[in-house]
Design a protein around this ligand. Structure first.
Ligand code: CA
Ligand code: CA
Length: 145
């Protein structure tokens, strides 16, 4: 299904709220990006490209995480910047992906993404607690190409 139809406007707003909620306790920054078709064979490559395009590599602590979903291609990836990548176990992103896939198979896209955000937030909070002078370095809006 096309990226514009993958989530309703309301669902996108709810995901945005879930990101804002997650970021209340961490300096880490989470974003969700949707597009219809993934031009790469490997969605992780594409996620990395989008990550840079959205300037997500410019956070102070390099702790941005992008959830990338190609809705027509049925591909997705989670790309974490090196700050967070250095801290989590090697299989961490794969586990998150597996859980997301499970939710997607059940057709519950919004709940799956929200659960993924909440999960990643726990890790971010562990390694990157929010400082008192924290600000929102990256928008919480879901972006669509
Ligand atoms: Ca922040
Ligand atoms: Ca943010």
């Amino acid at each position: 299904m096309p990226a514009e139809e993958f989530l309703t406007k309301e669902e996108r707003a709810q995901i945005s709220s879930a990101i804002a909620f997650a970021e209340r306790e961490t300096s880490g920054e989470i974003r969700v990006h949707l597009e219809s078709k993934c031009p790469n064979k490997d969605p992780l490559k594409r996620a990395e490209h989008i990550f840079k395009k959205l300037n997500m590599h410019k956070t102070k602590l390099r702790n941005g995480v992008l959830i990338y979903i190609a809705t027509t291609s049925h591909k997705f990836a989670i790309f974490g910047d090196r700050g967070i990548n250095e801290k989590v176990p090697a299989n961490y992103w794969q586990n998150e992906k597996d859980q997301l896939l499970k939710a997607f198979r059940q057709g519950d896209f919004k709940a799956g993404i929200e659960a993924c955000i909440a999960d990643i937030a726990i890790k971010l909070q562990e390694f990157f607690p929010r400082a008192h002078d924290d600000h929102d370095e990256l928008t919480n809006e879901v972006s669509i190409d």
